[in-house]
Write a protein that binds this ligand. Sequence first.
Ligand code: NAD
Length: 409
Amino acid sequence: MSAENPQGEYITFSEGEYQIPDRPLIGALPGDGIGPDIWSATKMVLEAAVAKAYAGKRKICWQPLTAGEAAFKESGSYLPEATLAAIEKLKIAIKGPLATPIGGGIRSLNVALRHHFDLYACIRPVRYYEGVPNPMKRPGDLDVVIFRENTEDVYAGLEWAAGSEEAEALGDYLRDKLKAKVRPGSALGIKPMSPEGSKRLIRAAIQYAIDNDRKMVTMVHKGNIMKFTEGAFRQWGYEMAKAEFADKIITEEELVTKYEGEWPPGKIILNDRIADAMFQQLLLRPDEYDVLATPNLNGDYLSDACAAQVGGLGIAPGANVGDGIAIFEATHGTAPKYAGLDKVNPGSLILSGKMMLDFMGWRKAGALVEKALQATILGRRVTYDLARQMNDGEEVRCSTFGELIVAAM
Ligand code: NAD
């Protein structure tokens, strides 16, 4: 770890709040493949926005960190202890994509990071930027923020191959003790969902809605079929909201029974939808939805479907957040064939940086980033992925796209 800017101060976290100094130290992990290209464009844009918004009073002091292939070359480890310790101390970091090492028993470095820091909420805002090619008639109607549970559900990594000793032992137990009809020789997976894991995710979504003046939180589940896991997710959400947010939240049912359908000012509505119906709703009535809280698998599918709906899969931002640690990241991978070509779209990491600025309370700088990115897309000088879908788009390099965004501020 090399200190890029030694005058920075550490961000602290106490009583559920981050304290952000004017010169915060923030972890920067460029990542693998196209990571260094998109990171240099992102760094340039974020620094320009902060300088412009706060006239030099505030400045991010980047703390360069390594993970992935670069770290492996340096230290023989894809996720060095020094990097993990630094993130723990810094509290906030931004990262490019990391390649999943082939072989060596590592499932994914991203999953490892989420598990290590218990980053239980994957947050993906999805909104339309005018001029982005997309398949919808009114793409601007969709403006949602998805909170996807990141640690449980069928992604917990509890699965065993067909014919393995573990699958056979578990199969025997299910058949003998629980009289479950499981065919011998089946592959088996477990879907753990806990009250704590579900409630903290839904709590984070509700708190986000309160802090960001959003109107509705929708829990998306498949509780009609998976009653004790996804059905319970929904139930735990309503119980927690009643116990902890009674002054802020009303349920959709209460809107009808207590308020005769008149939305009481200042209240956020908590409702729920079955996942398959939600895919239809988001296509047919996107403007009726706002913040979504979902178990892991539903959230994974929904975030990509929503991003595609606004044409923004290549510029979709994201963050993985726990209690006291937040890592902002590009949602795409390392696109190895474009590595080092200064060609790809840095938009996903730039907008993740905008999310980070908002998260820090530096909203003026965040708004500048978003406005300038929007103006640049409308200027139709964009990276290859957008240019090739626009009738009159001009292709520019990744670094040029970053420079155009800075110039548009
Ligand atoms: P990928 O997202 O890297 O690339 C798929 C294709 O999408 C690319 O070939 C390219 O055409 C396009 N693309 C991706 N990012 C782009 C950008 N910024 N601008 C323009 N076009 C872009 O997916 P993959 O090929 O499945 O995965 C490659 C590696 O990335 C794997 O090792 C995988 O594990 C890793 N990965 C990491 C993350 C992460 O770090 N969060 C996420 C997904 C995949």
